[in-house]
Design a protein around this ligand. Structure first.
Ligand code: ADQ
Length: 473
């Protein structure tokens, strides 16, 4: 019997990864993602249940508990991983929702698989949700779940949150299944976006393509129901990150990292999933040109680029990896000296402690996505700079740029502009850097991830006030 609850989280991934235990048997390890730390306290207070795919193709996994969290696995077959996950989610929706930076692919069998898998998630949620429960569905992989849930269980209070941008109508309109997706989302009482622009795009599309009446952030459905679409910019566990950054072991490790890269005067840092939306190429090219131009010396500065392996079976990601690695090879071959590469490139995933040490070790954090829902890396860096030092160079196309106005904002398509910002941050006075960092720290402290979760759940109970069931605590 699956567990039941008044709060059900439905997300593509469970917050754990499959690992091999020391005795060789299979076990689980908590994955470091931000969503878990955001939802962990709410889950615990409400004895919530989390439904998600554990990764891999293991079938028939039973519900289980990990460190007090109740988890319900949804299995995918090898074909579904290829068609629903790598295909429709990551090779169709991801590029369309990110300004078509890569060309989206449209395949009808991928869509069929998307529908099948969304239904499986919805059915699982129906089994688990108690009468009048709150179900919070996450992200672009599961956009049909809200309507499927609504149809099977009109008693539920349903929220949906999109972690990535919601595209302008002109791009969304390319999708052969645009209407199904809009209708899928309209099953929710509250549809949350990172930015106000995303919410507006959605409402406009609903009016144009589905023909419902709308007013400001509300959609009026023919059955009398109202759906609200609004912005809820996500954040990080600011206090947790700062505490980690103050730990002695982390500070020692930060020193070690600096000396391992040759104790230069300035360390530039980039940390991203290896994704074509993140603008890794643009920033490395800008840095290399500054060396070529004689503006930066490899004895004085180094760039550390950490790229987390991501979606490695999707072709666009394989191509990107080759491009980045070729560029790093060229730059180091042409501009490095013995023991002094211009760029240190790491293709690896790290625990939070190592991430905090990297943030502490970096003088200039460079975040240059072409499009990004929010970008938590920018906020994590700010959280770790409790001395108000360090500089953030940030793309204006990251959601985070809306809040972190005091960063050195750049247009990543403008390489000269990126070069100018890198140089400006490199030469910034302590006073200027501190003024900017202080203001950004204030923002990130005030708007942390628990404030985000609370605002969303409050918003949800406002749109969908149930008499019987109280809003989750
Ligand atoms: P992502 O595209 O994954 O998230 P981001 O917001 O930067 O992008 O989050 C990445 C997370 O992974 C950060 O917490 C970071 O610390 C961690 N990380 C990155 N590289 C790592 C490494 N090498 N080792 C370990 N951890 C690493 C999507 C959207 C974003 C949105 C988030 C949350 O694309 O726009 O901000 O969801 O909603």
């Amino acid at each position: 019997m699956p567990p039941s609850s008044q709060l059900v989280i439905v997300a593509n991934r469970l917050p754990v990864d499959r690992v091999e235990l020391p005795d060789g048997s299979p076990g689980w390890r908590r994955s470091p993602g931000g969503l878990v730390s955001a939802l962990d306290p709410v889950m615990r207070r409400n004895d919530g249940v989390w439904i998600g795919w554990p990764g891999g193709t293991e079938q028939d996994l039973e519900p289980f508990e990990d460190d007090g969290l109740k988890l319900v696995p949804v299995s995918l077959s090898a074909d579904e991983v290829e068609e629903f996950y790598e295909g429709l989610s990551n090779a169709t929706l991801w590029p369309i929702y990110h300004d078509v930076i890569a060309k989206p692919e449209f395949h009808r069998e991928w869509w069929d698989s998307y529908v099948t898998v969304n239904r499986r998630f919805a059915e699982k949620a129906v089994q688990v949700a108690e009468e009048g429960a709150t179900v919070w569905v996450h992200d672009y992989q599961l956009q049909l779940v809200p309507a499927m849930l609504r149809e099977m269980r009109p008693d539920l209070r349903i929220g949906f949150y999109l972690h990535i941008p919601f595209p302008p109508a002109e791009l969304f309109a390319q999708l052969p299944w645009r209407r199904q997706i809009l209708e899928g989302l309209l099953g929710a009482d509250l549809v949350g976006f990172q930015m106000a622009g995303g919410a507006q795009n959605f409402v406009r599309l609903v009016r144009q393509r589905v023909g419902h009446k709308t007013h400001r952030d509300l959609v009026y459905l023919p059955d009398g129901r109202t759906v609200r679409a609004a912005a809820f910019p996500i954040s990080i566990d600011t206090e947790g990150y700062e505490a980690l950054a103050r730990e002695e072991s982390v500070l020692d490790r930060a020193e070690e990292i600096r000396s391992a890269v040759g104790s230069p005067r300035k360390v530039f840092l980039g940390v991203d999933r290896l994704d074509y939306t993140k603008g890794i190429h643009a920033r490395l090219r800008a840095f290399a040109e500054l060396i070529q131009d004689g503006e930066i010396d490899v004895d004085d500065a180094v760039f550390v680029q950490v790229a987390t392996p991501s979606r490695e079976r999707v072709e666009q990601y394989r191509i990107l990896r080759e491009e980045i690695e070729r560029l790093v090879g060229h730059v180091n071959g042409d501009l490095g000296r013995i023991g002094r590469p211009a760029i240190h490139y790491l293709h690896s995933s790290y625990p939070r402690e190592e991430m905090a040490a990297l943030y502490r070790a970096a003088d200039i954090m460079v975040v240059t996505p072409y499009r990004d829902g929010m970008n938590l890396v920018a906020k994590e860096y700010v959280a770790c700079r409790y001395d108000d030092d360090g500089a953030l160079v940030l793309s204006e196309f990251a959601g985070a740029a809306d809040e972190l106005r005091q960063a050195w904002l750049v247009n990543p398509y403008d390489i000269n502009g990126v070069k100018a910002a890198l140089l400006d941050a490199y030469h910034a006075s302590e006073k200027d850097a501190a003024r900017r960092m202080k203001a950004m720290r204030k923002t990130v402290r005030k708007h942390d991830v628990s404030a985000w979760a609370t605002r969303f759940l409050d918003g949800l109970s406002d749109v969908s006030p149930h008499e019987k069931s109280p809003r989750p605590a």
